[in-house]
Design a protein around this ligand. Sequence first.
Ligand code: SF4
Length: 344
Amino acid sequence: MAATLTARGNPLAAPAEQRRALADPAVPNFADRLKAAGLPPVTAVRVDILQVNVGRVCNQTCRHCHVDAGPDRREAMARDTVGHCLRVLREFDVPTLDITGGAPELNPHFRELVRGARALGRRVIDRCNLTVLEIPAQADLAEFLAAQRVEIVASLPSFEADRTDAQRGDGVFERSLRGLRRLNALGYGRPDSGLILNLVYNPAGAFLPPAQGELEIQFKRELRERWAVEFNRLFALANLPIGRFLEFLLATGNYEGYMERLANAFNPAAVPGLMCRTLLSVGWDGTLYDCDFNQMLDWPLVEGVPPHLRDFNPARLAGRRVAVGNHCFGCAAGNGSSCGGSLT
Ligand code: SF4
């Protein structure tokens, strides 16, 4: 598996370079397309989900990672910022904490964050890459997540080993299966256990995901019959042109064609459900963003809104204009795409 953009010194490691590619005049303009469809600018409604990116350290280096995460990255949320997250959950009515990374479990304060949020009665989601469950220092991670009744969202782009490994690294499919079976043995994905295990599909190339419902039926059948694995829901996500997927698009000459494909599939019906309307993203240093994609582009909240978690103010965050860019076509194309799957 290739190293991160950062380790390779690739210019796209700099968010400014990614923003430059997205601002290319040859690329369709998202704000113009909204206007042409008679839609108002995208505005946030409230904060239902605090999505906290606790760092960019990961044990994997997946080909399409928008975070450019990997073992060489060092960014990690410090304990006092974790404390800010818990204070916000304690003081404000934010029902869900969604923890992402990198591999979020590798942050030394991950379990403190989970325990704190669960003690406050919050729903907690862990975006788990599955292979982290096999790291010796994480030997009890699966049991910890089950005991805390954390919902798991795990990437599995295919029920075929070669396709998954091509995207996520050699041997990742087998290790993911072992992780899934272990989670199943704890009750995850089993009917009536209340332990939720959702999977994420994303396309292998420069195309949109197929219909989520049909794909879920296929994944359920194949994973059960071939691999004895159960799960709850499948989320079909589009790849956004950010990070290593942007590198792939540019390196293979697919960039402009992919952006055209997304723009041609623009679906006005997906816009009201865009996740940035009800989610707030927190960076490893506590900076706030409209979503994890904007975070990776270093694309700040609009002016006038407190930009850091320590000044979290739901009244000033609700109604803010979302800082959209041309990458947003990825969320509004076809059936729509979000961290919770299709939007329509
Ligand atoms: S990338 Fe998606 S979630 Fe983020 S601001 Fe754009 S439309 Fe909203």
